[in-house]
Design a protein around this ligand. Structure first.
Ligand SMILES: *Cc1c(COP(=O)(O)O)cnc(C)c1O
Length: 412
């Protein structure tokens, strides 16, 4: 796929080759990552990158937009069909920008917004003090319940009544359970708040009905396109028709200039893939694989936050077994298993040395791993963590991981 690049620029091609080798030979358990198909990558590497197209189909600031207009309409229509939405904006360059566009369209600086605490699974763009969301708006966090480590809708309601937010943001980067969107809608109606759902992590599961859809309930739904949805890196906004104009204006010219038409082409391809029956079977396996991994670790004495998972990810409380998430991440890296350290609810440890690790099944499921292999992955994780200072053991696992990955190629 990269023949010309290799001829033209050896320095970049070498870095790319090493990255492809890393992707081939490591087990990717980062819950927010996936492998896009070759068709998606080809659309991203296409001539569409050459075209400026500020504006929207039929209303552009540049000439020569007839074909990108067709393309953007294909992408928007597929997104609407996939999620049953009234309006779609496919231009946000990322999930962060999709969120920013909603805030810009609907909020004034210092408005009160409620979002899931970052320490309880929320995202940077839900009010982190260094993110524009936290700098511009007055975010107040809601939390999971201490004993169940799940959202308790009575607690969320009480918090909403106490702080009276203009908007409630629902969604997470590290929450392994189902969101009750209907209950959030009821609460939003009770306190007269707008409802925004950031389904960045679970969009693929929503597309196939493996997680209930927020679209019937939320005023706005944002997502990334590169996580469980398995498209190119990028963002997407869905909303009710009555907000379409305001949202479109907030994306462009509000926070962005020209759209990335090559990425929009790749989004269209990935939405087309997600509309096919195969994608449903894939998401089914994503959930089975996350469950199999959680069970495998639980059987070996690891505490899984909230007792398991309903979706594609799980949080392991490694501190319960006497180590930090940062130490676990490092040891697993040496064993060829890529994960990220992650805080757990009510974490007694600081963010850079948190108590947990986050594991996800989307990427390895794309490669074709199934329950028996996930059980094996659980065995390797257990062995690596219990022998985390023993280089010989970590090296032995690395070689075993490499053998497994050779049987499950990545798209290339
Ligand atoms: C990943 C993620 C985002 C941001 O996506 P980027 O494309 O990295 O900007 C936003 N919200 C949630 C919940 C996420 O998990």
């Amino acid at each position: 796929m990269y023949k010309n690049l290799r001829l033209a620029d050896n320095e970049v091609a070498q870095a790319l080759d090493l990255e492809i080798q890393r992707q081939r030979h490591h087990l990717e358990l980062i819950a927010s990552e996936n492998y896009a198909s070759v068709a998606v990558m080809q659309a991203m590497g296409s001539h569409f990158t050459n075209k400026y197209a500020e504006g929207y189909p039929g209303r552009r600031y540049y000439g020569g937009c007839m074909h990108v207009d067709t393309l953007e309409d294909i992408a928007r229509n597929r997104a609407k069909e996939l999620f049953g939405a009234e309006h779609a904006n496919v231009q946000p360059h990322s999930g962060a920008q999709a969120n920013m566009s909603i805030y810009l369209a609907m909020l004034k600086p210092r408005d009160v917004v409620m979002g899931l605490d970052l320490a309880h699974g929320g995202h940077l763009t839900h009010g982190h003090p260094l993110n524009s969301s936290g700098l511009l708006y007055d975010f107040k966090g809601y939390q999971v319940k201490k004993d169940t480590e799940r959202l308790d809708m009575d607690e969320v309601r009480a918090k909403a009544k106490e702080i009276n937010p203009k908007m409630i943001v629902v969604g997470a980067s590290a929450y392994p359970r189902i969101f009750d969107f209907k209950a959030f809608r009821d609460i939003c109606d009770e306190v007269d708040a707008l409802m925004m759902v950031d389904m960045a992590h679970i969009a693929g599961l929503v597309a196939t009905g493996h997680h209930p859809s927020p679209v019937p309930f939320a005023d706005f739904v944002t997502t990334t396109t590169h996580k469980t949805l398995r498209g190119p890196r990028g963002g997407l906004v869905l909303c009710k028709e009555k907000y379409a104009k305001e949202i479109d204006r907030a994306v462009f010219p509000g926070i962005q200039g020209g759209p990335l038409m090559h990425v929009i082409a790749a989004k269209a391809v990935s939405f087309g893939e997600a509309l096919k029956p195969d994608f449903k079977a894939y998401q089914d396996q994503v959930i089975r694989n996350a469950t199999a991994l959680a069970n495998s670790l639980q059987e070996k004495g690891w505490r899984i936050v909230s007792g398991g998972t309903d979706n594609h990810l799980l949080l392991v409380d490694v501190f319960a077994n006497g180590m930090l998430g940062s130490e676990a991440e490092k040891a697993l890296d040496k064993a060829g298993i890529t994960v990220n350290k992650n805080g757990i609810p009510f974490d007694p440890n600081p963010p850079l040395k948190p108590s947990g690790i986050r594991l996800g099944s989307p990427a390895v499921t794309t490669r074709g791993l199934k329950e028996p292999e996930m059980k094996q992955v659980g065995t390797w994780i257990d062995e690596a963590l219990r022998n985390r200072t023993d280089e010989a053991v970590l090296d032995k696992i690395y070689k075993e991981v490499e053998q497994l990955t050779e049987k499950y190629p990545i798209p290339e």
